[in-house]
Structure formats: C-alpha cells, structure tokens
Ligand binder design. Structure first.
Ligand code: NAD
Length: 302
C-alpha cells in the first residue's frame, strides 16, 4: 500500500488558524499584537522570496510587521545598531535576520547580538542551550526542526521508543531535530542515531529507522531499499535540479527535488512528506508560532 502523505501545506493551515485565533483573543483582552521585524541585507533573490513569504504570513495573522531592508554594503556596525534598536523596542517581540549575510559580516556576531528573548529563529547559543536542556527551559526551538516534529505528531506517528535516524548534522536541522526527538516529552522519547558524511554504512542505519529524517541536501540520496517497510520518512531536502516554465504564470520556476527518491520510497514507507509541499511550508509557520510565544512569554501568559 502506498504511503500516507504528510502534507505541510495542510498542517500549516491548521496551525495558522490556531495562531490567528490566539492573536485575535490576545488583542481583544490585552490590546496588543505580536510584533516581528525581518531584517534583509542585500538583494539575494532566494532571501527576498523567503522574506516576502514571512511578511505575507505575519500580515495575514494580524501581527505588527516591520520589514527592514538594508543595502548589501551595510557595515557590520550599522547592522548591529539596527538589532540593538529592535532589542529595546517594546512592541517588537521577534527579530529575524535573514541568512545568509554578505561575506564582510560575521553571522555569529549578528546572531549573538539578538536578545535571546526575541530570537524567534532559535539560533542564539542561549536558545540552543535551552533546547539541549529541554522541557520548560525551551523557549524558541529552531523553526525547521520544530516543524518536522509537529508534522510527525499531527500525522499520529508514534515516537515513544521509536528508532529515529537523522541524516545530516547541521546546526539548523540535523543536530536540533536529533535533540528534540530524544527529549523525554511529547513527540520525543525516541532512540536517536545521527548519520553524516563520516558514517561508514549509511544504508544499514537508515534501514533500522521507524522514523527517518533526511536533511543532507543531496537529491535522491535515500533509496527505497534503505527504508524499513512502514517507516515514516521526513524529507527535509530542497534541491534545485533544473528550471521549467510555470503553466500558471508563464515565468521560469525551479524544479525542486528532495533527498529521498520519492516515487519509489512511497511504495515502501508508511508515511512520507512530499517535496515541495512537505517540510518547506512548516518553517515559516513555526516562526510565526515562536513570535506569538515571544509575546506570551513577555506577558507571562505561557
Ligand atoms: P547542510 O549542508 O548544512 O548540512 C547537510 C548535512 O548532511 C551535513 O551535516 C552533512 O554531513 C550531511 N551530508 C551531506 N551529504 C551527505 C551524504 N552523502 N551522506 C551522509 N550525510 C551527508 O544542510 P542543511 O542546512 O541542514 O540543509 C539540508 C537540506 O535541507 C538542504 O537541501 C536544504 O535546502 C534543506 N532545508 C530545507 C528547509 C525547509 O524546507 N524549510 C530548511 C532548511 C534546510
């Protein structure tokens, strides 16, 4: 039987409706809405597209949204000054600096300059530390891993005692999702293995997985015979493998492929996320949730 699809596009709508209802309620009771600033440096087309989607989603939810576009030539000092200003602004609850930044700017310095209580991307070392400790220490889980876990929970996949294999050890996906899956809490309590470029026999580890989370950035890396029959396969990879003309707009669009050979894998897996339309839509959704939570933490209602 072909796998059940876990569609991020559907789960996103459920979560955005929940956030929207909470925003309306907080506004009615306290007269305040979540405030999010997105700082974009330069004109990288992919970054512009991400920021545009973030702004659109924030506006749809009734957030106060500020888009701060800075030129490619902005100095590190000026960028840090902008962050300081937003750190001190009461009506701003979340600060997002779109990555990557131009080469003359030290990304680490920029991330570290964000007030950890406004770091809705969850990349500040304090929030990474909170994630490691787990439980009530966690404030802002990084958005893509948080989205992955939410998809697994909402699809009804059992994580308690499950064998989870994560392919990839990046700081934004692989490492945090591995930590989240092993915490003794809802959507966790799994036995986790992380595999990477230094792993001797990738396939043998993947074959043990009840839940296989793949974030390698290598199109079609995971073959169907690496998948345990009935397993849940979460494909985080988004790889541009070509271009085509969109029937809808007549414009050139990227052809995207995941890290899993989807057509063959769906015949073996029990659940699978498509690319596009799987994990992708969840990242911005969880950013919105983190921004709402930033306001709730500040007000002491969480
Ligand atoms: P990364 O390049 O920072 O990390 C990739 C990891 O995979 C590395 O740890 C590396 O060791 C491992 N890896 C690479 N090739 C491998 C191989 N052949 N065998 C075993 N391990 C291998 O990438 P990332 O930022 O974690 O992103 C991974 C993928 O997920 C990319 O395709 C990216 O576009 C996608 N992504 C999607 C979203 C989203 O959908 N919202 C968010 C972040 C990343």
């Amino acid at each position: 039987m072909p796998a059940r699809l876990i569609r991020g596009t559907e789960i996103r709508e459920q979560i955005l409706e929940e956030i929207s209802a909470e925003v309306a309620q907080i506004k009615r009771i306290y007269g305040i809405v979540p405030g999010l600033v997105t700082i974009l440096v330069g004109k990288n087309p992919a970054s512009i597209s991400y920021v545009t989607m973030k702004v659109k989603t924030a506006n749809r939810l009734g957030f106060r949204e500020i888009q701060d576009n800075l030129p490619e030539s902005v100095s590190q000092e000026d960028l840090l000054a902008h962050i300081q200003k937003y750190n001190q602004e009461d009506s701003i609850h979340g600060i997002l600096v779109q990555l990557p930044l131009p080469h003359h700017i030290d990304e680490k310095k920029v991330i570290n300059a964000i007030d950890p209580d406004k770091d809705v991307d969850g990349f500040h070392p304090i929030n990474m530390g909170r994630l490691m400790i787990g439980g009530s220490e966690i404030k802002f889980p990084p958005c893509t891993p948080a989205g992955i876990r939410e998809m697994i929970i909402r699809a009804g996949v059992e994580t308690n005692g499950a064998e989870v294999v994560v392919v990839g050890r990046s700081t934004i996906v692989g490492k945090p999702i591995a930590i989240m899956m092993l915490q003794k809490e809802r959507g966790g309590n799994a036995t986790v293995t992380v595999v990477h470029t230094g792993t001797k026999d990738l396939a043998s580890h993947c074959r043990r997985a009840d839940i296989l989370i793949v974030a390698a950035g290598v199109p079609g890396l995971v073959k169907p015979d690496w998948i345990k029959p009935g397993a849940c396969v979460v494909d985080v990879g988004v790889n541009k493998v070509g271009e085509m003309i969109s029937e809808k707009t007549g414009k050139k669009v990227a052809i995207l492929k995941g890290d899993v050979d989807f057509d063959a894998a769906k015949e073996v897996a029990g659940w699978i996320t498509p690319v596009p339309g799987g994990v992708g839509p969840m990242t911005i959704t969880m950013l919105m949730k983190n921004t709402l939570n930033a306001l709730k933490f500040k007000m002491g209602i969480i």
